[in-house]
Design a protein around this ligand. Structure first.
Ligand code: MSP
Length: 513
């Protein structure tokens, strides 16, 4: 069985979950569901990043010890995943014992291979990014502060520290990018990574002595690991590292995809492959950096008070419409704007008037005019065959698009079949055939039901509840909902009784003021 191992970033537990967290998790969920339906053995990992200065500071500000604090906030992220119906196979917390063990084993491996040495760090650090910056990367901010390219304030740090010999990995990283042109997607992001590497990298400080909230460095009681080395290792922990001979490590490593936001690409596409190569481990196949959402054209920030709460979106618009909007509105990889009008337009035109109307028209005519049973088709005309084969041909198209994380293009492809099916109903006018040619009416309704069955199969990863509702109404057995059932070879059985039709994609109606 083919395997597919994909991960979300693990989220910092310093804050409440927001649309950014929901977005990354959702994109992974859609892909994980797609791959499962397509017969892959999927391992889908998400979790929380609980160490480091930023989390320690938030715990202190809340007046509780970091462990109690992280227990509480981590649970909020688990709850969000459940609310979004994220189908993750594991949820990792970096404060778990299994993770400490993995981090320390990786550390020992790097030490043994001479990739880590003890020295002293003197330089800039941004707590918000948990990142070190070179003087040349910083700008002067108000009141003498130094500001990182991300906008985060930096502080001067001087402390004994272990270093990872990152400077020695530049050429090997550049060769790796050349040999693996699809390692970084979208391709437009490749340059920023290669130019950072080409600019000449300094060795990376990988332990801290000024803080204590972290994984202890083996045999060095004063040092805890740099939070990014700790965090990135989660991708190994979850599949059993350091037991590289265990079944799950052997089966799933290297990861097929690390999904990240564009702000954390450098950690995943530079530091992480360097750590892995240095430890003699294989490098993941891809890092995809998605864009950022703005809110009605404005940058989202806590200080502006315009943070988008995923729970609020779901309460207002429903889970599936929210999932649909986030995956459809913006080509994945680009930045996108969250606008209320755009959301409502998508719900009403694509969902209610699009797939909703097509399903409703078809199912209600079947209920009324075919005795609530799957109609019996006669011979198919070329027009019938064209629509059926268009729906079937979606499978190879979607496979290719999903393999490069083109979620919105996948939905475009599905919607072009919906558009074609709409034209087909209008042309064939089954309601008129009812008076003139019942046999032909049955054929037309059968072709539509069969098209809807295929559409329902393909919509499952994006809108699991609505798509399964549609398949229920078509009488498709739960076991017959994988992509192995796509196409005419697995078509609906004529004469099978169907449940009474129900609306699945309601219009968005403005609540009364
Ligand atoms: N803990 C690190 C990741 C470690 S992975 C080994 C981290 N955590 S985070 O909580 O800050 O990550 C949030 C994720 O949400 C990132 O992928 C980030 O890009 C994403 N987003 C944060 N704000 C966002 C938007 N406004 N829009 C879309 N995604 C955004 O980084």
């Amino acid at each position: 069985m083919k395997k597919y191992y994909l991960t979300t970033p693990i989220y910092y537990v310093n804050d409440a979950p927001h649309i950014g967290h929901a977005y990354t998790s959702l994109a992974c969920d859609v892909l994980a569901r797609f791959k499962r339906l397509d017969g892959f053995d999927v391992m889908f990992l998400t979790g929380t990043d609980e160490h480091g200065q930023k989390v320690a500071k938030s715990a202190a500000a809340a007046g509780i010890d970091p462990q109690t604090f992280t227990d509480k906030v981590s649970q909020n992220f688990r709850n969000l995943a459940a609310t979004l119906k994220i189908s993750n196979d594991d949820f990792i917390r970096t404060t778990e014992e299994r993770h400490k063990k993995a981090c320390q084993a990786l550390w020992n491996e790097l030490l043994k291979r001479g990739e880590i040495y003890l020295d002293k760090y003197a330089g800039w650090y941004a707590v918000r990014d948990e990142a070190y910056y070179g003087e040349d990367e910083l700008k002067d901010g108000p009141n003498g502060k130094k500001i990182a390219p991300s906008g985060a304030e930096c502080e001067w740090v001087e402390e004994p520290s272990y270093f990872f010999k990152l400077s020695a990995w530049g050429d090997r990283l550049l060769k790796f990018y050349d040999d693996n042109p699809d390692f970084i997607l979208p391709h437009t992001r490749r340059n920023e990574v290669t130019s950072f590497v080409k600019s000449g990298m300094r060795d990376l400080s990988v332990s801290r002595t000024a803080i204590t909230w972290g994984v202890p460095v083996p045999n060095e009681p004063k040092h805890v690991m740099y939070v990014w080395l700790d965090a990135l290792t989660n991708y190994l922990t979850a599949i059993g590292y350091p037991d590289t001979n265990a079944g799950s490590f052997k089966k799933y490593w290297p990861a097929d995809l690390h999904m990240v936001g564009k702000d954390i690409l450098r950690f995943h596409a530079v530091y992480w492959p360097a750590f892995l190569m240095a430890a003699g481990l294989e490098v993941p196949k891809r890092v995809f950096a998605h864009g950022w959402w703005t809110n009605e054209g404005q940058k989202i920030s806590k200080s502006l008070g315009n943070v988008i709460d995923p729970y609020e979106l779901i309460t207002t618009y429903g889970l599936d419409p929210t999932r649909y909007f986030l995956m459809r509105e913006v080509p994945f990889g680009n930045d996108g704007d969250f606008a209320r009008d755009a959301m409502i337009r998508r719900i009403n035109s694509d969902l209610a008037n699009g797939i909703g109307n097509l399903a409703q028209r078809t199912l209600s005519q079947i209920a009324k005019n075919c005795g609530g049973k799957v109609p019996t088709p006669g011979a198919f005309t070329d027009t019938d065959k064209a629509l059926l084969s268009m729906a079937e041909a979606l499978l190879p198209q979607l496979r290719a698009l999903m393999d490069v994380q083109s979620f919105s293009k996948s939905l475009d492809a599905i919607w072009s079949v919906i558009g074609e099916a709409d034209r087909y109903v209008d042309e064939q006018a089954p309601w008129a055939l009812k008076k003139t040619d019942i046999a032909r009416m049955e054929t037309v309704l059968y072709v539509l039901a069969e098209t809807l069955r295929n559409l329902g199969l393909f919509l499952q990863p994006f809108m699991p509840d609505s798509a399964n509702g549609l398949l229920d109404q078509l009488g498709v057995a739960t076991d017959d909902r994988t992509f192995a059932n796509v196409g005419t070879a697995h078509a609906l059985e004529a004469g099978a009784a169907l449940p009474a039709p129900q609306g699945l994609f309601p219009r968005y109606v403005e609540p009364a003021a």
